[in-house]
Design a binder for this molecule. Sequence first.
Ligand SMILES: [Zn+2]
Length: 275
Amino acid sequence: MLKGPWASRRGFLRASGAAAAAWTLSPAAAQVEVGPPSSLRRLVPAAQLEAAAAQQYAQVLAQARAQGALAPDDHPQLRRLRAIAQRLVPHTLPWNERARQWRWEVNLIGSKQINAFCMPGGKIAFFTGILDELRLSDDEAAMVMGHEMAHALREHARSRIAKTQATGLGLSLGAQLLGLGDLGRLAADLGTQLLTLKFSREDETEADLVGLELAARAAYDPRASVSLWQKMMRVAGSRGLEFLSTHPSGPSRIRELEANIPKVEGLFEQARRAG
Ligand SMILES: [Zn+2]
């Protein structure tokens, strides 16, 4: 059909225009400034990616369980993390409508790795190394979690994968990347890509700022974002840091956070008084 591609292209543009408007409207009260999410991400269906992530997450947990490294529900550190998540999650909705359907999960894996992640769809894991070695306070752990949640909310994995696939296949924006027949095969690929994904510097800055605001709204002290990265840098001097291999730290990162703390301080004070 001749009309087909054009009709669908117009549909695509209209849809992304509407979405962009919604994005600028819904986090209207947002204090930190981030741009609209990458429209390229639309090349990868969100539901498909979230399903692949859930599958990959289940595998990671099963593997940890088999090694006796999955923290039981009554583990004090896991309870602490889940309590933090419970405070953060209600503030995620303005950042992504999809989060309404997400089933957030938090698990703790016994490992010296100084690392944590949140997969698309809200599947979070912390490694004991990051809690123990950095001796994270609740506020600092909330900063890590907020940052990871922000990656999921801003769909950074989705746009990163879309960019890689689109470049590889020579596709342009608006082309259909995934036919229905490809979905099954891609689900497996996507799942493994999720664990090795490296975000861009811009993604990292966004995650820092959105995470900072999420945490402040949940009454976690925004100044903990600075002490967190200072700890990271101190420990990084003495050993390799998994988190830092994907999260370059440094004075510029800390400066950016410091510059944004005043923007969310009011939210923090308000939340603290209310709580
Ligand atoms: Zn990050």
